[in-house]
Structure formats: C-alpha cells, structure tokens
Design a protein around this ligand. Structure first.
Ligand code: MN3
Ligand code: MN3
Length: 325
C-alpha cells in the first residue's frame, strides 16, 4: 500500500444518519419525467393568453437556476461533502435538477416556435437581475475549499436560498394560473418540480445544520450575520427582478409576498430564525398543489394527465426529525 491513498467504499449497511436514507428513498419514490405530462393540452389556451411575455421570462429564469443547480450547485456540494451517503443523495438530487432544467425546454417546445425560444434564451443571458443572482450563488458554490466546513456550510446555505427562496418568484406564476384553470398542464410540471424542491431544501438545510452545529458560538454568530446579509441582498435583487418581469400583469405585490414567505421557509430549513413578518399569501397559489379534482392531485392518482406510483404527500411531519435519531 506504499504511496497509495486509501479510498473507502460507501457502506449503506452502516447508515450514519437515518434521515439521509429517508431523503434518498423519498426522492426515488417521486420519480417523474416531464414528457408524461400532457402539456400540449395547454396549446389552445396559450394561443390567446394575454401575458405570454411574462410567462416565457418566468420559465427562462427558472431554466437558468436549474441549470446552475445541476452543473455547479449539487456537484460542488457533493464533491466537498465528506459523508459518502450524503454525497450519494446530493448526486441523486443533481440528476433531478437536470430533469427540471430539461422540463422547461419541453414546455417551450410545446408552446413556442424556435424564434421565440431563441429570444427567451438571449434574454436570460442579458437580464441583469437574473444574472446577478446566478453570479452571487455560483460564486459561493465555486469557493468551497477542501476540508473546510465554513465554505461548505456557506455553499449549503446558498443552495437552500436558491431552492427554497429564489425559485419562487418564478414558481408563483404557473401556480397562480394553474390554480384558476389556466395553462394547467404546464403548472402541473411546476408542481412536480416543487415537490422535489421541498425535499432538497429540507435535506440540504439539514446537512447544513449538522455542519453548523460543529462551530463555536462565536463562529456561528459570524456565519449568521453573513447569511442574513446575503439573504437581504438577494431579496433586494429579487424585488427588482419581480418588478421587471411581472410589470404587465400587476401581480408584483403578490409575488413579493410569496417570495418573503419562502425566504422565511428557507431560513427555517437552515434552523435559523425567520426574517420577514407573517403575511397573507395569495390563496390560489397556496392551494395550488392541494387543489381537489385538479391535475395537481398526483398523490391519489386522480390527476387527469399524470399517474405515478402512490407516494405519500409531503407535509410538515414528513421530515420530523424528532422521530428519528
Ligand atoms: Mn430544481
Ligand atoms: Mn433542487
């Protein structure tokens, strides 16, 4: 064994943390592919839809964030996380990020022509608010150092900001429309993505908490200040992004309230105190996923376009840590 590094093999017989396996199992149980959703049923409504421009930008922005999360986010965090089982879970999440990123293209292909699609992808590269958030998050992802818990925690924090907070300015619109019976099949794709993001936010937030708990109190306080400052900076940018893309719809105030609500959720995933006061969220958006009799009802296999193996619905008790040690 002279001069050889000793590589350990992953051993799932000795699970370091039961929750890691729960995350793994849950992600596989809710496996899905966008092509199984009949988005073409939206074409008729799309042709006369008033705010196509906003809708296309929303999906363009989401595509960029999921591209980032596939190519940099999950990869980098998996690479530097020393726990082999957590690495496996993060790699699995990364595969689903690639599915998410591809699913928006599937919607574009179904609803738009090539010129329109080109235009959206050009817009993505030029929109300064969108590129600002991509840059802020990617910079943190690419700054992780070997055997360094601080930079690893910061990357996990950034990942939860992206997945539990920044995506929601975009998710709002398809959920809002779908909840009223408009472009319902496209919004069903978003509901499936959202279902994955719920696990990712909770899982990465939990992994982050385990890293955070290893720090001295003084370091914890320093990192908290860093985290809240980052969140505020991202929020201010998100407000401008929201005003920019939702201008023609008049929905900006509702979107911003939903963004603040999800920023609080992101902080809760990380085990930190919430930052924004509680406020009422547009009930159409809040009810979107649970809407009885709509295509959103995957869990009972009643969905009109999509059937998958029975999966337990995610709710507040799904990831109740107190049941597990
Ligand atoms: Mn995703
Ligand atoms: Mn994700």
């Amino acid at each position: 064994m002279l001069n050889l590094k000793s590589y350990p093999a992953i051993n799932w017989n000795k699970v370091n943390n039961e929750l890691t396996k729960v995350f793994w199992d849950q992600q596989w149980k809710q496996m899905w592919l966008p092509e199984d959703v009949a988005v073409s049923k939206d074409i008729k409504q799309w042709k006369s839809f008033e705010y196509q421009n906003t809708y296309k930008k929303v999906f363009g922005g989401l595509t960029l964030l999921d591209t980032l999360q596939t190519n940099i986010g999950m990869n980098e965090i998996a690479k530097f996380n020393p726990d082999l089982q957590e690495k496996a879970v993060l790699t699995l999440f990364g595969a689903f990020e690639a599915v998410h990123a591809k699913s928006y293209s599937y919607i574009f292909t179904t609803l738009c022509n090539n010129d329109e699609i080109e235009e959206v992808f050009d817009w993505v590269e030029k929109n300064e608010y969108l590129q600002y958030k991509a840059n802020r998050i990617a910079d943190i992802y690419t700054s992780i150092k070997e055997d360094d818990d601080e930079s690893l925690w910061k990357a996990m924090f950034a990942s939860v900001m992206l997945e539990s907070f920044l995506f929601y300015s975009g998710f709002f619109y398809p959920l809002y429309l779908g909840g009223q019976g408009t472009l319902r099949n496209s919004s069903e794709v978003i509901s499936l993505i959202l279902r994955d993001e719920s696990i990712h936010g909770v899982a990465v937030g939990y992994f982050a908490q385990n890293v955070f708990n290893k720090f001295e109190v003084e370091k914890q306080n320093e990192l908290k200040v860093w985290g809240y400052e980052l969140l505020l900076d991202l929020y201010q940018n998100e407000v401008k992004y929201t005003d920019d893309i939702y201008a023609e719809t008049g929905l900006s105030p509702d979107v911003k309230a939903y963004v603040r609500y999800n920023a609080n959720k992101a902080l809760m995933n990380l085990g930190l105190d919430t930052m924004f006061p509680e406020e009422e969220i547009n009930p159409i958006v809040m009810n979107g996923i649970r809407n009885e009799g709509s295509t959103f009802d995957f869990f009972s296999q009643k969905g009109s376009t999509y059937t998958i193996a029975r999966v337990e619905a995610i709710n507040d008790s799904t990831f109740d840590y107190s049941n597990l040690k």
